[in-house]
Design a protein around this ligand. Structure first.
Ligand code: FAD
Length: 369
């Protein structure tokens, strides 16, 4: 059956949804973003660390979304590269999480057992193994007690990924409208249906409207009498260049510890991130706090002293969409107008990780309607 679906928001979530929906050739998909370049919102700031198998989430939706996403990523990246001819830089060496106390070690020992029963490998490393695999780490100075290594949790560069998702969606028949803002949702109160979206100069009809609008969600919902507040949580990160980083036998995973991610890229470059900055009551504008960025850098150099020799190439910030009063992510049909699906109202710190599973969930929701 032909269905017209409008996806509003071309960040990683909306782009993943548009791509996934085009797998049904009978559906007409339109992806809209107010920016000329999709993926310019929170997605552009992200480090693309995919902490799925290594996450402490073990049951319910939090785990099933993570598992589905990680599984899908392993097919999705080669599938998109082949379909679009675009390269999507990604790190297949997995993720190392540093363990800072005995309690953490026993928590991850239990998690490793559970993951083994679910068919995934998580390896517990003692200090000797960690020293060999991550020789840049100053274990003595930082009192690291060991690590857990997840070979299946990759890292992917969010902007090239989003571009490939958009290109893939277009290749499979989606229409894209970039540089135009959706100013309102056209709803019919009598029928309880959303009939389409209004842009500045025209409107589009739709059978289903998917809101993947991140921080742009609340202004679209308020006129409908729906109060869902999405709070911006700022994050800052750095691009470093250090050509002498030691990595044995070419093994160069993401290393995460004390909420600091070191993400190796090509050409001796690294992303280092990210701060977590909530708005305070008095602030009208959420601006990057330079002290917090400095603290992040200082702490990273305690873990990896050689980073003091790295050149800081760039610093940037972005705002994560964080739902207030609801757990992230919100993927649901809107109560008064069930053909509106909220699909990215706050993936918060895991939007890149959860994009593929979000897209699959939305597809399933449409199929079931
Ligand atoms: C510093 C930092 C590091 C991060 N690192 C990671 C990480 O390692 N791993 C991870 O999984 N996540 C990470 N995240 C979180 C991740 O970036 C977000 O969860 C994710 O990008 C959210 O994607 P999105 O598509 O929902 O939002 P966005 O990328 O913000 O996309 C929303 C889009 O909607 C468009 N839009 C809004 N309103 C309208 C409208 N009315 N009309 C048309 N278009 C509209 C906007 O232009 C925008 O392009 C990080 C975030 C930050 C800030």
């Amino acid at each position: 059956m032909t269905r017209k679906v409008v996806v509003v928001g071309g960040g990683v979530i909306g782009s993943a949804i548009a791509y996934e929906l085009t797998s049904n050739p009978q559906w007409e998909i339109t992806l809209i973003d107010e920016n000329e370049n999709p993926g310019s919102g929170a997605t552009a700031a992200a480090l693309g660390v995919l902490m799925g198998i290594i996450s402490l989430k073990t049951k319910g939706r939090a785990w099933t979304l993570r598992e589905a996403s990680i599984r899908r990523y392993h097919q999705l990246i080669p599938e998109l590269e082949e379909l679009t001819g675009l390269s999507i830089p990604h790190n297949k060496d997995g993720t190392v999480k540093l363990l800072l106390d005995e309690e953490e070690i026993s928590r991850y020992e239990k998690l490793a057992q559970l993951r083994a029963s679910q068919g995934y490998s998580l390896q517990l490393w003692d200090v000797e193994k960690l020293r060999y695999n991550c020789p840049e780490l100053d274990i003595a100075a930082t009192a690291v007690k060991g690590a857990v290594y997840s070979p299946y949790d990759w890292q992917v560069s969010p902007t090239p990924l989003t571009k490939a998702l958009v290109r893939g969606a277009i290749t499979r028949g989606a229409q894209c409208i970039f540089g135009e803002k959706v100013i309102a949702l056209k709803v019919n109160k009598d029928s309880g249906r959303c009939e389409g979206v209004e842009l500045e100069k025209y409107s589009l009809s739709a059978d289903y409207v998917i809101l993947a609008t991140g921080l742009g969600t609340t202004p679209l919902l308020t006129p409908l009498g729906v109060d869902i507040q999405i709070q911006p949580v700022l994050g800052q990160a750095l691009l470093l260049k250090y050509d002498n980083w030691l990595h044995p036998e070419g093994f160069n995973p993401v290393i995460s510890g004390d909420d600091i991610h070191i993400t190796p890229l090509s050409d001796g470059q690294f992303w280092l991130g990210a701060t977590v900055e909530f708005p305070s009551g008095q602030q009208s504008e959420l601006t990057p706090n330079s002290d917090l960025l400095h603290k992040l850098y200082q702490r990273a150099t305690e873990f990896y002293p050689n980073l003091t020799q790295a050149t800081i190439m760039l610093s940037w910030s972005g705002k994560r969409p964080h739902p207030q009063g609801k757990s992230a992510p919100v993927i649901e049909r809107l109560a008064p107008y069930p053909n509106i699906i909220l699909a990215t109202t706050g993936h918060y710190r895991n939007g890149i990780l959860l994009a593929p599973a979000t897209a699959q969930t939305v597809k399933q929701m449409i199929e079931e309607m």
